[in-house]
Design a binder for this molecule. Sequence first.
Ligand code: F6R
Length: 267
Amino acid sequence: MRVIVESDSETVARSAAVFVAALVRKKPTCVLGLATGGTPLGLYRELIRLHREEGLDFSRVTSFNLDEYVGLPPTHPQSYRYFMKSNFFDHINIDQRNTHVPDGRAEDFEEHAEEYERRIKEEGGIDLQVLGIGSDGHIAFNEPGSSLGSRTRLKTLTSETVRDNARFFDKPEEVPRLALTMGVGTILESRRCLLLACGKHKAEAIRATIEGPVTAQITASALQLHRDVVAVVDEEAATNLWRRDYYREVEQAQQALQSGKFKFLGQ
Ligand code: F6R
């Protein structure tokens, strides 16, 4: 796993946007996997800026979101469809018919989940999946104990997640207890994963994800099995990483290689 430690959430957002923008430029028909929550907001703001100021073109991009609360209509201000529209889609030139968010009001959740998986395959799979991480180590809404081979399905949220997400609702009792979510197995099939984390409250989950054992108790740790994960975290989220000095050295060596400053012995 490549680990990039940035000073704060602003630089995390800019650094993450470089990866997304590079893909959109290289493959204008790419398929993006998108996340909601507080963490990717800075990334979306930066991508909107790149669209407005540098013409970053999303017109042929397709997207699939990780999850949606069960029971909320797309017009509900706390639904993830609404979040994506108001924080990202309405401000770029993506064709909103090509944006997919699970339907939290589907009549048959099992059938809808299968259809969601089928749609991802039909589009050729996800090129780059943006991920946040829960303080309990979840990715998407794959709560502790979720199968590491799981597919899109209904999931019951833990009380920790309900508490964490209550900040977006007027009253804690309004937070839905169920969500439709991509599975860990679905996420692991993405060609690249971009994991973002900011703040001290994510430090333990980040340590366990990057340096702990692979375990269904921290579903993000399954990313260790993926061949192309880039974790971009801020100093606070990196606090508990034992090997942070090494991660820095790797980035410095990469930069030296790219800028041609790397010297072979004997030169
Ligand atoms: C959201 C999602 C969740 C969040 C996680 C962190 O689509 O899949 O896994 O990424 O709960 O949320 P924030 O960023 O609000 O701390």
